[in-house]
Design a protein around this ligand. Sequence first.
Ligand code: PGA
Length: 250
Amino acid sequence: MTFTPCHVIGNWKMNGSREFAERLIDELRLKLVGLNAVEVAICPPFTLLASAAERLAGSILALGAQDMSAAEEGAYTGDISARMLRDWGVSKVILGHSERRLGHGETSAMVLSKVQQALRHGLQPVICLGETTEQRAQGRAEQVVSEQLAPLLAVLDRQDWQKCLLAYEPVWAIGTGETATPEQAQDMHAMIRAQVGRSIPLLYGGSVKAANALELFAQTDIDGGLIGGASLEADEFIAICQAANQSKVG
Ligand code: PGA
C-alpha cells in the first residue's frame, strides 16, 4: 500500500501585505519542522506570489494561487494565466471556490475548463465543491455536490485525477465559525470518494481551527484541510498542520 500524506492548504483570500507575508512565512519556515506526513501549501493573493516565492525558496512549503484564467493568453483584462503562475513558482491553484462560483458567477463548466488548463501547465488543481445553507436545508447537499462533480467526472481521465486535490467546503461553514461536524463532513467525503476513487486526496474546508482539526482529519475519508481565516495566524496554522501530521502517524 502506498503512503498518502495529509494536505494542509492555507487560503489567504484577499488579505495580507508584503510585510505580513514575509513575517508569516518566516515564522512558518521556522516552526513547521519534523512533519513528515503532511504536505503544506500557502495561497497568498496574486500580488504577493512573487515575494512569497522568494521567501519560501528552499523550504518544504509549496506555493499556490487562488484562481486562474482558463485562457492561454491575450486580451483578458485583469486575468492571470497558468503560464504566469508557473513563472512565479506556483505549483497549485485553488479552482471553483464558492467565493468564485457565487461571487463571480463561475459555473461548473468554467471550473472544468480551468482545471484542464491548470493540468496542461503542470499546476495541481485544488477543486472546491460545496452546498449552501438553503441547499442543505432542502436536503439537496449531496445532489448539489454531485452536480458540481459531474462535468469533471465526465471529462477527466484517471491520469488527470491523480494530479488533482478535491476540497469539500460547505458554504455555510466558510468563515462563519460553524464547522461541519466530523460526521457531516465524513458522510459527504464518503459520497465523493465513492465517485472519484480512493487515491484522490479529499480535503475539508470551512472554519477549520486548531481546536477541531484533529477530529476532522481523523475521519476515514478526510485527508487534510483547506484553511481560510486560521491560515493567517501562524500558531493556529502550525497547530492545524501538526494535527494533520498526527492524524496520519497516529
Ligand atoms: P475559513 O475558509 O477557514 O475561513 O472558513 C475556508 C475557505 O474558504 O477555504
